[in-house]
Design a protein around this ligand. Structure first.
Ligand code: NAI
Length: 470
């Protein structure tokens, strides 16, 4: 095949790469995206955010129908699970989503070069087709690395994606395991642990630290643990897994207190390893080119997402910062707009994080722990959903909104929410923080009644010492 030349070649068609490609095409660049998967959208659309949300919604409906309909006077009987149908629906959601990206590529005349990219030199990418065959060379003025990340595992624990699975296997189990152990009380552990617990598995989350969701506000994480525990998730905190072996019938694990102590045996039908992800930057030819990589594999970049080698850029999970799909997309847009001479920036402090359990957990900005560590004087405003009529009407009044504002200036520094729809509600806080807004700004903004978002307003009022409904 003849060599092709582009203004930009992007490695990876995930939410970082495909969004960057679209923005570049909008700005008049001739763009190619190198991606081995036939279906565009990367981990997020294929084996991450989207299929997990499909299963979270389906499993929530199943649990609701089984346990909660009666409180509304709806007497449903004979509710049973058709897991194959649930999985087929999830696959359809993925299919539609990836086709949507393919449509956008067509619309913007972006070329998908199918295969695995290797940067042979600045401006030159060699692409190995899926299944082998002659390499294709793609030349471009600029190269953008958006290859995302892969799950990490623990030493001595071999992933087979049948008995010992990462999130990929946990999204496609052929039957509901009787007992599931999850290593890691982070986002993936809680989301996928919730899915299988709702569908009937006995789920134990083993977490090395003395708390779940490290990095999130401690009070919010404690509340989340209590609520998830009430639903049936079991937690073993301050505990490490020292060995796990899969057999035909299940997985035998050895756990031990994190600080040392007596070992204990645990049995599971499926073990989910969810202890973090690492960037996919190892096999791109970067070493030979002198592109700097840190110890964990992240690529240090400047504010324009440029690596230390001219013409090679990197975004998303490949660079330091939160490993989140929406952050990768923002990186991509900022990178392309800067390349095209526009002014763009992204403030990682205003990137929201959402855990899609029930209730959801959402967060933006600084936590109380951060502010204490930095000796910042802050006011706390809090409002529980039990005091919110809409939450009571919905039958979901667990959780609260917490606003942290600078004591001196009233500027909002962080907002943390546990509650149904927290992932939607957080955005008024994100917008407020992006605009440098204050608790007073939120408190003086009219919120529709009855809505869950009234709790955000009341929390802001509470930070100012004038909460109304409490
Ligand atoms: P994570 O970093 O969120 O959580 C990993 C957890 O495993 C931590 O609590 C950590 O203390 C624990 N851990 C580490 N080593 C351990 C050990 N040896 N024994 C027991 N526990 C151990 O990572 P996770 O959940 O794998 O997610 C990976 C990435 O994907 C994260 O960056 C996450 O933000 C992102 N993600 C985001 C989602 C969302 O935004 N809703 C959904 C899924 C993933």
């Amino acid at each position: 095949m003849a060599d092709a030349t582009y203004d930009l070649v992007v490695l990876g068609a995930g939410p970082g790469g495909y969004v960057a490609a679209i923005r570049a095409a909008q700005l008049g660049m001739n763009v190619a995206v190198v991606e081995p998967r036939e279906r565009l959208g990367g981990t997020c659309l294929n084996i991450g955010c989207i299929p997990s949300k499909a299963l979270l919604v389906s499993s929530h409906l199943y649990a609701d129908a089984s346990k909660n309909f009666a409180q509304h006077g709806i007497l449903a009987s004979g509710i049973s699970l058709d897991l194959a149908a649930m999985m087929a629906r999830k696959d359809k959601v993925v299919d539609l989503s990836t086709k949507g990206v393919a449509f956008l590529f067509k619309k913007h005349k972006i070329t998908h070069v199918r295969g695995t990219g290797f940067i042979a030199a600045p401006g030159k990418v060699e692409v190995t087709p899926v299944g082998g065959g002659d390499k294709q060379v793609v030349n471009a003025t600029r190269i953008l690395i958006a290859t995302g990340s892969n799950p990490t595992t623990l030493p001595g624990i071999d992933i087979d994606e049948q008995r010992i699975v990462t999130s990929t296997g946990a999204l496609a189990l052929p039957q509901v395991p009787k007992r599931m152990v999850v290593i890691g009380g982070g986002v993936i552990g809680l989301e996928l642990g919730s899915v299988w617990q709702r569908l009937g598995a006995e789920v134990t989350v083993v977490e090395y630290l003395d708390r779940i969701l490290p990095g999130m506000d401690k009070e919010v994480a404690t509340m989340a643990q209590r609520l998830l525990g009430r639903q049936g998730l079991q937690f073993r905190l301050s505990t490490k897994v020292t060995a796990a072996k899969a057999s035909k019938d299940g997985v035998s694990l050895t756990v031990q207190p994190a600080g040392g102590g007596d070992a204990e045996a645990l049995e599971a039908d499926v073990l989910l390893v969810a202890v973090g992800r690492r960037p996919n930057t190892a096999d791109l030819g970067l070493e030979a080119l002198g592109v700097e990589r840190d110890k964990q594999g992240f690529l240090p970049v400047n504010a324009a997402f440029q690596t230390n080698v001219q013409g090679i850029y990197a975004i998303g999970d490949c660079v330091p910062g939160p490993m989140l799909a929406h952050k990768a997309s923002e990186d991509g847009v900022a990178c392309i707009e800067t390349i095209s001479g526009r002014v763009a920036h992204i403030d990682y402090n205003t990137v929201p994080g959402v855990v899609y359990t029930f209730p959801e957990i959402a967060s933006v900005g600084r936590t109380e722990e951060h502010l204490k560590a930095d000796n910042v004087e802050y006011a706390v405003g809090k409002f529980p959903f039990t005091a919110t009529p809409r939450a009571r009407a919905n039958g979901h009044s667990d959780g609260f909104v917490k606003i942290l504002a600078d004591k001196r200036t009233d500027r909002v520094l962080g907002v943390h929410i546990v509650g149904s729809d927290a992932g939607e509600m957080i955005h008024e806080a994100v917008l407020c923080m992006e605009f440098g807004g204050s608790a007073e700004d939120i408190a003086r903004t009219c919120h529709a009644h009855p809505t869950l978002s009234e709790a955000v307003k009341e929390a802001a009022l509470d930070a100012l010492g004038r909460v109304i409904h409490m």
